[in-house]
Design a protein around this ligand. Structure first.
Ligand code: ZN
Length: 470
């Protein structure tokens, strides 16, 4: 390998950097691998290094220099930052999906060894470095191209000796002796435990703590729901504020911290006779919060749960499901859920903290969008109710005067007063049931003078057209 560079040269049995010797052959150094004569290159153009005086086929000069250099530093300084030892455990209850977790750690620390020896035969295996700290032995294996194999690790386990691997394989020359010292002594990110006799006890402690955390979580859950049927009856009798208090307690949330997606305006939310923050927080606490993901949930089951636990009075048929559909759709928008198919959702994020991060990102983008909207002719509400015209699902609410007035009020609130709304809504009748939404919108666009798209959005908003095949 012609022109092979070596970062350190061997002089009088000790590795030295180019800064410690004369230039050229006067350095009086030999290659730590092959023993050939080196010359020190200390020019202006290239980083300082040693090179073989006579180009030979020495392929391991760099590896040997790093390996020997690391050992020399440890032998001379007897100083070493020992990496942290960390155990993690999670225990999950299969019935409730609740889990407890714990992390136990012995922190990293810089230790001054009492004694350091190299190449110590431990009976079958040779340790690169065998050191002792307060009468405790510790092995350090230095890996440049050859890593400790399973057999050696098994042997260290049998001996019960703590062993750290110092991985120097990512060092790329040029490197100075001071830089190598930092890698060997102080830095931690390339040091790993091959074996530590204290790990088993640490893991056991983490598992015990995780188990205790699970027991506590289960006890808290049982306290609130001792028996399902009596619990459901009891829950239904609670006032809205009691239900909210309970949900927030489970979510560990103050009332002022309720995020926008748990206070989300939906069509049909008049169906549930409670402030929407109450039922939305309750649903989140019951079906999503801290559930082990991945887990699928269905709209139908949530609708049943709401009917069991809340006073429900639907202003139009399926209003509760429409409200849920909108609520879950928004949770999908904020990265909490993902619709699998039909009315089934997959939980992607199960904590308010994680979802808030997504919402933060969306609101930054939203600010840009609304700025654009002001400049353009689109208004935000239209964005919010985007629905493709070719969607062939229509559902017309059972018609009566109260509903007509409500629908009119909803349209005016969202789109502003317009004489077209009254005529549009009075022409709606149960006969419209059979129509495709796009046909209906087109027909009414002619009589109202509004765009078909806008007519359709008004129908969606008023609860006539829904995206869902109930
Ligand atoms: Zn060599």
């Amino acid at each position: 390998m012609p022109g092979l560079k070596v970062p350190f040269g061997l002089k009088n049995g000790r590795l030295v950097g180019t800064d410690e010797v004369e230039r050229g052959l006067a350095c009086a150094c030999i290659c730590p691998e092959c023993g050939a004569i080196l010359e020190a290159h200390k020019g202006e153009q290239v980083a300082h290094h040693f090179a073989h005086h006579v180009v030979g086929n020495c392929a391991y000069g760099l590896e040997s220099a790093l390996h020997l250099g690391a050992k020399q530093i440890l032998l001379e300084e007897q100083l070493f930052a020992v990496p942290a030892l960390e155990a993690f455990a999670r225990v999950t209850d299969p019935d409730t999906g609740l889990s407890g977790e714990a992390r136990k750690m012995l922190p990293d620390k810089l230790v001054q060894f009492a004694e350091v020896r190299q190449e110590v035969d431990l009976g079958g295996v040779v340790a690169d470095i065998y050191a002792s700290y307060r009468n405790y032995p510790i092995i350090i294996e230095i890996a440049v191209t050859h890593f400790c194999d399973d057999e050696k690790i098994r042997r260290l386990e049998q001996l019960g000796l703590p062993a750290v691997e110092l991985d120097l394989s990512r060092i790329a020359p040029p490197i100075t002796m001071a830089e190598l010292r930092a890698w060997v002594v102080e830095r931690l990110e390339h040091k790993t435990w091959l074996f530590n006799p204290r790990m088993a006890a640490l893991q056991e402690a983490a598992e015990a703590e995780a188990g205790a955390a699970l027991t506590q979580a289960l006890a808290a859950e049982t306290k609130w729901s001792p028996n399902k049927s009596s619990w459901d009856k009891k829950y239904k009798t609670w006032s809205c504020s009691e239900k909210l208090e309970y949900a927030l307690q489970r979510l560990r949330l103050a009332e002022a911290e309720i995020p926008s997606y748990l206070n989300y305006t939906t069509r049909g939310d008049r169906a549930i006779l409670c402030d929407r923050r109450v039922w939305q927080s309750a649903l989140f606490a019951n079906f999503i919060h801290r559930k082990v993901v991945p887990l699928n949930i269905t709209l139908g089951y949530m609708a049943e749960w709401l009917t069991d636990g809340f006073d429900v009075k639907e202003p139009f048929p399926n209003a509760l499901k429409v409200a849920l559909w909108d609520f879950l759709g928004n949770l999908e928008h904020v990265g909490c859920l993902e619709r699998v198919h039909g009315q089934e959702y997959y939980i992607r994020r199960n904590s308010i903290k994680d979802i808030n991060v997504v919402v933060e990102g969306l609101s930054q983008r939203g600010a840009q969008d609304s700025q654009r909207a002001v400049e353009g002719r689109k208004i935000r509400i239209e964005e919010a109710w985007r629905l493709p015209l070719d969607r062939d699902l229509i559902w017309v609410a059972k018609w009566n005067d109260t509903f007509a007035q409500d629908a009119l009020a909803e349209c005016e609130r969202a789109f502003g007063a317009h004489p077209a709304w009254a005529s549009l809504l009075t022409t709606l009748s149960p006969d419209a049931k059979a129509l495709q939404p796009s046909d209906f919108a087109l027909r009414h666009a002619n009589t109202t003078g509004l765009s078909p798209d806008r007519v359709l959005r008004a129908l969606v908003l008023a609860g006539f057209v829904i995206e869902l095949p109930f």
